[in-house]
Design a binder for this molecule. Structure first.
Ligand SMILES: Nc1ncnc2c1ncn2[C@@H]1O[C@H](COP(=O)(O)OP(=O)(O)OP(=O)(O)O)[C@@H](O)[C@H]1O
Ligand SMILES: [Mg+2]
Length: 452
């Protein structure tokens, strides 16, 4: 078997030589003395293991360059196991590095046997993780974190979410109420470098304007009437982790300015406080409003919009997710009914009612309807009535022919939209229609092709 590859990053020549000498028997060793050489080696060799001295030039006296390089290494290969090396007196930087994704640390002077043991364990973890990734890839991804979905539009959501989870960029998640915006934010957090840190959510629409500043930034004792004790705000509570600003469109303009300032320099000042505090967090935000429209109307600051929407993820409404609707319904049924004596199956009539319904409350509504149906259903099967939905005969015998045809045409066009992401040429080809005919039907039934 090929030897595992290790990259040793240290600005101290004797240490590099000593490491090479000690590790060459078991590893393919590459050496680097600064960030540039290290990244070159990452690209050329893609080593599984890295030992990283935190004190690197041009700032050998502190850990700033080492931490910066750590981030670049993990961006280049999120699975790489990075072991940081720190001076004995500098345990806090080593711990800081761990919270940013390093897998272990050891202190100088280097104890070779100890180092070898740590490397062996880290390589084992690397092997397990990459085997797991490969298996996941082969199985295809019908989920991301707790989010279920096989439709093309959800696959696109998962693909962006996976990419951004290994970075720290701000993400804006948009979509109708109940589409899973918060779930995606949690998924990104749990798959990312900050998963060991907290995930703190704040609903910008639910807190009265006069309390919002102290809720976000915290306050000192006596800062205002009722401030009996010093209190940390949500930003501080999210330190090392993620702050999720829900319904960011509701944030009052005065606070938008303060939030923007924080996003620029990552420093806060508590209400009534006299000094600034550094806070290292990742920020994600969500909204069911059209933020660009709010910007045009002067209700949302454009500069803040650009800061928080570096990457945006649009959650499709449930009605556009095709077969995911049934998949989700069955998953919820399993969750709520099992392991008790509750109903286990959806009747055909229930499946057809679910696929025909509009789902204005999206996944949350589906979840609630299934939860209620589980307690209402008599036997082993959930019927449309238990879901509070109208039973529709699949043959359409209760409908006149015209209505049945209309319903069927709408349904077929909607599922073609989901399949082809609204590409009219592809849809027409798939449906065996000319483009003008398809355009005519879309117009006639007032169907939305793109959801923006
Ligand atoms: N794809 C999914 N798979 C499984 N569960 C989901 C999915 N999407 C949403 N849910 C569930 O639906 C509910 C609503 O999701 P969430 O709270 O994330 O939506 P939201 O977009 O933040 O809603 P709102 O705009 O109302 O705040 C949650 O209970 C969540 O667990
Ligand atoms: Mg939400």
């Amino acid at each position: 078997m090929a030897k595992p590859r290790i990259l040793v990053v240290d600005d101290d020549e004797p240490i590099r030589t000593q490491m090479k000498w000690a590790l060459s028997r078991d590893y393919e060793v590459t050496l680097a003395s600064n960030a540039e050489e290290a990244m070159k080696a990452m690209r050329a060799e893609s080593p599984e293991l890295v030992t990283l001295d935190l004190g690197l030039p041009p700032h050998p006296e502190d850990s700033s360059e080492g931490l910066r390089l750590l981030e670049l290494i993990l961006q280049a290969n999120p699975l790489a196991k990075v072991l940081v090396v720190s001076g004995n007196s500098d345990k806090s930087s080593a711990l800081n590095a761990i919270s940013r994704g390093a897998s272990d640390f050891f202190s100088k002077p280097i104890e070779i046997e100890e180092l070898k043991a740590i490397l062996k364990r880290s390589h084992y973890v690397y092997t397990l993780e990459s085997e797991y990734r490969e298996l996941q890839n082969r199985l295809g991804s019908s989920s991301f974190g707790e989010i279920i979905g096989t439709s093309p539009c959800m696959q696109e959501v998962f693909s962006i979410a996976r990419k951004v989870s290994t970075t720290d960029v701000p993400v804006l998640i948009t979509g109708e109420s109940g589409t899973g915006k918060e779930l995606v934010a949690r998924g990104i957090h749990n798959n990312g470098l900050r998963k060991g840190g907290p995930f703190i959510a704040i609903n910008c629409g639910a807190i009265p304007e006069n309390l919002m500043e102290s809720e976000l930034f915290g306050h000192e004792k006596g800062a205002f009437t009722g401030a009996h004790a010093q209190r940390a705000g949500r930003i501080e509570l999210a330190r090392g982790g993620t702050l999720f600003l829900d319904e960011i469109g509701e944030l009052p303009l005065a606070l938008q300015v303060k939030l923007l300032r924080f996003l620029q320099d990552h420093k806060i000042e508590r209400v009534g406080g006299r000094g600034v505090i550094d806070v290292d967090i990742r920020v994600m935000a969500a909204t069911n409003k059209d933020l660009e429209k709010l910007v045009k109307e002067g209700l949302f600051r454009e500069d803040l919009f650009f800061r928080i929407a570096v990457v945006s993820v649009r959650m499709p409404p449930l009605r556009d997710r095709g077969e995911d609707i049934e998949l989700l319904a069955r998953a919820f049924l399993k969750r709520f009914a099992a392991p008790g004596p509750g109903p286990k199956y959806l009747s055909d009539e229930a499946v057809s009612a679910i696929s025909n319904y509009d789902w204005p409350g999206n996944v949350r509504e589906l979840e609630n309807r299934i939860r209620r149906a589980v307690t209402l259903a008599d036997g082993q099967t959930v019927n449309a009535g238990d879901l509070g939905l109208e039973a529709r005969s699949p043959e359409g015998e209760l409908l006149d022919l015209k209505t049945a045809r209309r319903n069927m045409e709408i349904k077929v066009i909607n599922s073609a939209i989901a399949r082809h992401k609204g590409n009219v040429s592809k849809m027409a080809e798939d449906l065996g229609l000319t483009r003008p005919t398809l355009h005519h039907l879309i117009k006639k039934y007032n169907i939305k092709v793109k959801n923006d």
